[in-house]
Write a protein of this length. Structure first.
Ligand code: HEC
Length: 111
């Protein structure tokens, strides 16, 4: 992957982690709508355009793209669950997001 793309991807990653942190804080505070909003806008399917996913996908192996897509879908699914207002199912849906983080990290490196 070209160096500039690596930098861009790692910056996205740091934003993903910061987003997770905020989502957890919102869940713990019982602010489920805010948690949903952060998840959808920063990790969900709605975030694909803003973080340049279509450009990034071109330099990723197919399996990596698939895990990435499943992570974005899981985040959007979490947002729906959180909006339903039940905190335990929301945590469960959030664990599906982190499962995609874990799956990709255990399989892929930038170099
Ligand atoms: C589609 C694959 C993929 C997914 C999904 C993914 N990551 Fe990553 N992430 C990577 C790769 C590849 C690296 C670089 C690892 C390396 O080369 O050592 C990375 C690196 C990182 C880093 C280090 C950034 C830095 O500055 O070095 C953080 C933090 C991170 N990811 C957080 C997350 C979080 C949180 C999630 C889930 C919300 C996530 N990632 C989902 C592929 C992914």
């Amino acid at each position: 992957m070209p160096t500039m793309m690596q930098e861009h991807m790692l910056a996205n990653m740091r934003d993903h982690l910061a987003s997770l942190n905020m989502i957890l804080a919102k869940l713990a505070a019982g602010e489920l709508d805010e948690a949903a909003e952060i998840a959808e806008s920063r990790l969900g399917v709605s975030s694909l355009e803003s973080h340049g996913a279509s450009h990034m996908a071109q330099v990723m192996p197919k399996e990596m793209q698939q895990v990435g897509t499943s992570m974005h879908r899981a985040a959007s699914n979490f947002a729906l669950k959180a909006q339903e207002g039940e905190v335990l199912p929301a945590y469960g849906a959030l664990a599906e997001v982190t499962a995609a983080c874990v799956a990709c990290h255990s399989a892929f490196r930038v170099r």
